[in-house]
Design a protein around this ligand. Structure first.
Ligand code: SAM
Ligand code: SF4
Length: 329
């Protein structure tokens, strides 16, 4: 059985982008009210007194957009300084990163994933649904600053959408040739935007690899990350290419993670909420952390039976009702 020691923590469900595949413009989203968000103190209590004692040692901060969370640098510092924290990372859209990167690094963050779906500013604007000027440039600046500050590995996440950015696979992969960056191609999932998914479809990792193989060749890399990515390399490149194939290959068997939503729900699976625990309400009603530890231990024992395959049998379209920003992608 896989050891489940990795917790993805959503700090906030709101975002300053409206990516077509995640929170499309016009979609009605019920944002979590401020008073329903876990406070910093509650989050740290849960990490120290519940998650660490049951075996979680690796944490990723995500959202929504985690850099929108007030006092995020202080929060990073508090989690990073816990002696049991073996790994702390963040997934961000990078828009607010440039001025914060050094402070985040100084607070103890060492690994960062930045979403970058296109190298073309117009396509980027189209994807993120924000038509203000200079958004791509600001994200690119954030990536450069993060690189210079020393984040390592620096990973760039690309959701491949047919007809939107699939023509850029080669250009995006080429970023790994001269820099020790890790570009990760993510299969588009039927979460968030059923219409787009239905009309565009998705591209399997193997097809993306084939595209890259024809251009440069591709070798399997010895480098393995913490997560579900299969890692490859263009021969001679400094960086690597990751493929996250949740549509074409089921990796539930090697799942090592759980998710904590910004309002305190602990969920054992991205697409299956069986067994979920409302930790925030329990804490606020005075349930002891000892009792919560026991509940989480029970959830850990049943987690292997909770996976994508058994999710929501009534949902015939296969479209999940929550967006990634709400689940904490
Ligand atoms: N806002 C941050 C960002 O975009 O990096 C962190 C949160 S975002 C929900 C986390 C990841 O989920 C991003 O890499 C994003 O591309 C991915 N994501 C969102 N919706 C998706 C979908 N429908 N299919 C595949 N990946 C998706
Ligand atoms: Fe925001 Fe990230 Fe979702 Fe894009 S993928 S809308 S940046 S939460």
């Amino acid at each position: 059985m896989n050891q489940v020691d990795y917790l993805r923590i959503s700090l906030i469900d709101r975002c300053n982008f409206r990516c077509q595949y995640c929170m499309p413009e016009g979609a009605e989203l019920d944002y979590i009210l401020k008073q329903q968000l876990l406070t910093d103190e509650e989050l740290l209590t849960l990490i120290e007194e519940v998650f660490i004692p049951v075996g979680f040692t690796r944490f990723r901060l995500t959202g929504g957009e985690p850099l929108l969370r007030p006092r995020v640098v202080e929060l990073v510092g508090a989690i990073a300084s816990l002696p049991q924290t073996q790994d702390l990372s963040m997934t961000t859209n990078g828009f607010l990163l440039a001025p914060m990167a050094q402070n985040l690094y100084d607070a103890g963050l060492r690994r960062i994933n930045i979403s970058l779906d296109s190298l073309d500013p117009d396509t980027f604007d189209q994807i993120i649904g924000n038509h203000g000027r200079g958004r791509w440039e600001q994200v690119w600046d954030g990536i450069q600053v993060a690189h210079h500050v020393g984040f390592d590995p620096l990973k760039l996440n690309v959701v491949v959408i047919p007809g939107v950015n699939d023509g850029e696979i080669i250009d995006l992969a080429a970023l790994t040739i001269d820099k020790q960056w890790h570009v990760r191609f993510i299969e588009f999932m039927p979460i968030g935007n059923a219409d787009l998914f239905g009309s565009s479809g998705w591209i399997a990792s193997e097809d993306i690899r084939q595209n890259i193989r024809q251009r440069w060749g591709l070798t399997e890399s010895q480098v393995r990350g913490n997560g579900p990515a299969d890692v490859f390399q263009i021969p001679g490149a400094k960086g690597t290419l990751g493929f996250i194939s949740q549509m074409s290959e089921c990796f539930c068997d090697r799942c090592n993670r759980m998710r904590l939503s910004a309002d305190g729900w602990l969920r054992p699976c991205l697409l299956n909420e069986n067994g979920q625990i409302d930790l925030k309400t329990a804490l606020r009603h005075g349930v002891s952390t000892a009792q919560l530890r026991e509940e989480v231990r029970v959830l850990l024992t049943i987690k292997p039976e909770i996976n994508f395959k058994q999710r929501d049998p009534g949902n015939t379209k296969g479209v999940y009702t929550r967006t990634m920003s709400q689940i904490g992608g």
